[in-house]
Design a protein around this ligand. Structure first.
Ligand SMILES: [Zn+2]
Length: 591
């Protein structure tokens, strides 16, 4: 097949006439570079063409003595389309020998349509689930294909766009250039399916190879010496983290693989993992769930904080210590999450106020002072209140969480009333996790744009009595806002993870920045304090894992909590890209 660039598919009549006249005069016809279009020769006198609007057609030379009706029969299977063909070609009834005539793709016989569509989508291929299509357009001002067009080309009916959208787990109907999506095999026109080129499916990606048994797809991992099923397979490839989740799935995978004793699996043993348990990034490249994941990542990639602020001048930092009051959060014996993350919050506030010009707004307070307790092991307290107006002494953990995002939204609104820029506010929520004891280090959560949809607001006296709730009782964010927020939040989370690593603070090994929480094998979710929060750049930091002995010992030292506070402060300074030397923060904070 030969591919050439020449005239558009549905060019105006005037240009067609000029081309025709030029051809008749024996001149070499070339067209302007901009808006040029794809043409693929199918056989002598037959070629596929796509116009600048993405519309596809067959172009054909009339056969000897062939009239409009005969051409219609040859290309569309009947004469009903003759009139439409005449109109697509400038309205003449008499066909001119040697002139190319266009037949829009939707009129073609299934066989010709499959050939045209297939020829113009050389990048696509047929995978197990269907046709993998890469979206074109965008370059040179060319419109991006629509989901309707994709449905029409490959399934014969544009109305299948809704099925395509659902099958590909799309947030909306918008397509972006180079997005990949799958047209389900069952929807493809039979002629197209027969003509489609199969994908060269990789049999392995990284450390995994892929196989099918009794029609069920599996990834296979070969266990190395010293590796354990729970950490090297379950934690790594499925994203599960809590002890209960990890142990339960490790048990299921052991059974699936006929392993009686999980504590003595020989090195070199192959472990099968069902596809539906895998994180999307470990699926083969053409799986719809992996493509959906990649489209979402592409939609938020490259979004970076646009604000530069030397010494955090003009920046508001909302610091949220999780839990508190009657809600101790995760506990391990006498180590309460609420006490230790509150102390880190106080230390971060102190560092920021001593070394930067940022305005620091805590969401909670215990007692009257914001001074940290100078002790390693912290005394018990249930005195934390959320600093709404009036304050909420934390009785109920869920109410406490919701009042925090109402408070953050109010702080954002008031900051914007002063300086007008939502990107000058950041929100950092501090927590400590309770995970499988083999895991250690910090983990960072941002809000997945695709899981933060919908309208939300709280009712009841405890909410209605707070000024912050009355200011904005219900929230709802557009997909564009959520994507931008996810991108900025990742930027902030990367800054925090980077400073943690630089300073030797442990960061979780596998995928330390996550956009959803997976718990109890239920559908993933975004924590409410992020999900309903209007601050664009927001991160929930799990400082460490209280179930891990090393992490638990560390958090019970002032030195570690101070290091975390200084790292957080530096990360916010870095996020705003100032030239402040790291030493400035450290030195001043050490007082
Ligand atoms: Zn927590």
């Amino acid at each position: 097949m030969m591919v050439e660039l020449s005239k558009p598919c549905r060019e105006p009549l005037r240009r067609a006439c000029v081309a025709l006249v030029a051809a008749c005069l024996g001149l070499l016809v070339t067209t302007a570079a901009a808006g040029d279009d794809l043409r693929v020769n199918l056989e002598p006198g037959l070629r596929a063409a796509a116009g600048p609007d993405g519309a596809m057609c067959l172009e054909t030379l009339p056969g000897t003595g062939e009239g409009l009706l005969a051409l219609s029969r040859r290309t569309t299977g009947g004469t009903a389309a003759a009139r439409a063909i005449r109109e697509a070609n400038g309205g003449g009834d008499i066909l001119v020998a040697g002139r190319w005539y266009r037949v829009p793709v939707e009129l073609l016989t299934p066989e010709l349509r499959a050939r045209v569509v297939g020829a113009l989508h050389l990048d696509g291929c047929l995978a197990g689930d269907g046709w993998v299509h890469e979206v074109a357009g965008g370059e040179g001002g060319r419109p991006v294909e629509s989901l309707w067009q994709v449905a029409e080309w490959f399934t014969g009916d544009g109305a299948n766009f809704a099925t395509l959208r659902a099958f590909n787990q799309m947030e909306d109907e918008g397509l972006r250039p180079h997005d990949k999506l799958v047209v389900p095999a069952g929807l493809l026109t039979p002629a197209f399916r027969a003509a489609a080129r199969p994908c060269a499916e990789p049999s392995r990606v990284g450390d995994l190879r892929y196989t099918r048994e009794d029609g069920e797809p599996y990834a296979v991992y070969r266990l190395r010496r010293g590796e354990a099923l729970y950490s090297s397979v379950v934690v790594r490839f499925t994203g599960l983290t809590t002890a209960a989740d990890v142990n339960a799935l490790a048990g299921e995978i052991a059974e699936l693989n006929g392993i009686a004793d999980v504590t003595s699996i020989p090195a070199g043993r192959d472990i099968k993992i069902p596809f539906d348990q895998l994180l999307p990034e470990y699926l083969p490249p053409n799986e719809p769930r992996r493509l959906a994941y990649e489209r979402e990542r592409a939609a938020t990639a490259g979004i970076q904080n646009p604000v530069l602020a030397r010494d955090l001048d003009g920046i508001t930092v909302i610091l949220d210590a999780g839990h508190g009051g009657k809600d101790p959060g995760n506990t391990y014996g006498e180590v309460w999450e609420s006490l230790y993350v509150y102390d880190v919050m106080l230390r971060t506030k102190r560092v920021l106020e001593a070394t930067t010009a940022a305005t620091v707004v805590p969401t909670t307070r215990d007692g009257r002072s914001f001074a940290p307790t100078e002790r390693d092991v912290l005394p018990f307290s249930r005195g934390h209140a959320v600093l709404t107006q009036p304050p909420y002494p934390i009785e109920d953990s869920v109410t406490g969480v919701h009042l925090r995002w109402y408070l953050a939204n109010s702080v954002l609104a008031h900051a914007m009333a002063h300086q007008g820029d939502p990107d000058k506010v950041v929100f950092v929520s501090l927590h400590a996790d309770s995970l499988h004891p083999s895991l250690r280090g910090a983990m960072f959560y941002v809000a997945s744009a695709s899981l933060s949809q919908g309208r939300y607001g709280k009712q009841g006296a405890v909410f209605a009595s707070r000024r912050e709730v009355r200011e904005r009782p219900v929230v709802e964010y557009t997909l564009a806002e959520r994507r931008r927020s996810e991108g900025l939040s990742r930027d902030l989370a990367e800054s925090i993870a980077g400073v943690f690593r630089q300073r030797g603070l442990a960061v979780y090994d596998e995928k330390p920045i996550r956009d959803k929480i997976i718990r109890h094998r239920r559908p993933p979710f975004v924590p409410a304090v992020l999900r309903y929060n209007a601050v664009p750049a927001k991160v929930l930091v799990e400082i460490c894992n209280l179930n891990n002995r090393q992490d638990r010992e560390l958090i019970q030292t002032r030195a570690f909590r101070q290091q975390v506070a200084e790292a957080l402060a530096q990360a916010i300074v870095d996020y705003y890209g100032t030239a402040t030397a790291p030493a400035t923060v450290q030195t001043a904070a050490a007082r």
